[in-house]
Ligand binder design. Sequence first.
Ligand code: NAD
Length: 282
Amino acid sequence: MALTFGTDLSGKVAVVTGAGGVLCGMFAKTLAEAGAKVAVLDLNESAAEGIAASINEAGYKAKAYKANVLERASLEEVHAKVLAELGPCDILINGAGGNNARANTDKEYFEMGDIEADTKTFFDLDQSGVEFVFNLNFLGTLLPCQIFAKDMIGREGCSILNISSMNAFTPLTKIPAYSGAKAAISNFTQWLAVHFSKVGIRVNAIAPGFFVTAQNEKLLFNEDGSPTPRTNKILSATPMGRFGEAEELNGALLFLLNHAAAGFITGVVLPIDGGFSAYSGV
Ligand code: NAD
């Protein structure tokens, strides 16, 4: 049982994209525990079904849907099913996102001799890799807003939560496309918050700092459990001196969706980062 901090979402329908994944699967469970009926959307149908089953087994309400956030037709089809099976969408969490190695440089700094060396430099970045990352994060946030936010117009207490990142404030080395795409999400969050401000839809984002998940564990820890050089850099740039625990995102999630607590908050990108984004390094 997650803490729901007194947030009561009963009677609400929450649509969560990327909910077959680590963080948004947890968000889906948290929203269900707070009383929402949760539509668990993911390209990976079996992952979505697994999350929905675990929510239902715990006595809460969820339904899995296969959805591609990059295809309008797929989203429209799922929207029609959610409407018929759960009701109109009150809450949209745009969680589908991520990076791709084809859009990364091998090294942090470009140095003399790198072009001749066997290393992937800025000059070798793959256009289709960059497009993949921009589309998945930015378009994959914009399109679900177009499809699901229509349900919210003029209804009280509706809101959208996007997932930005630390790299949106200051880009992280090696990942120019992912950093740019998350910056676009932060910018779009502000744009949409202004655009929807007259019709009662709040739009906010969270910007998670560094959390150890299955995907990045190998980058952060060696096989013997000792920290990698990247871990040492991250922790020395995090004033609190540790990684976040995924559950530490739940408070921000519920607070921003809680209309009684956050009804005047729209257009913010809330860092949850142990102080990383506030620290200049000296
Ligand atoms: P994850 O890889 O576990 O989950 C992402 C999910 O999105 C996967 O289940 C995947 O199948 C799904 N997906 C991919 N493409 C899709 C598509 N086209 N349509 C529908 N679903 C699709 O990732 P995560 O670590 O849980 O991250 C969730 C979000 O949080 C992402 O936006 C990520 O960029 C962001 N984020 C994560 C961290 C972190 O430390 N893990 C930090 C900052 C931001």
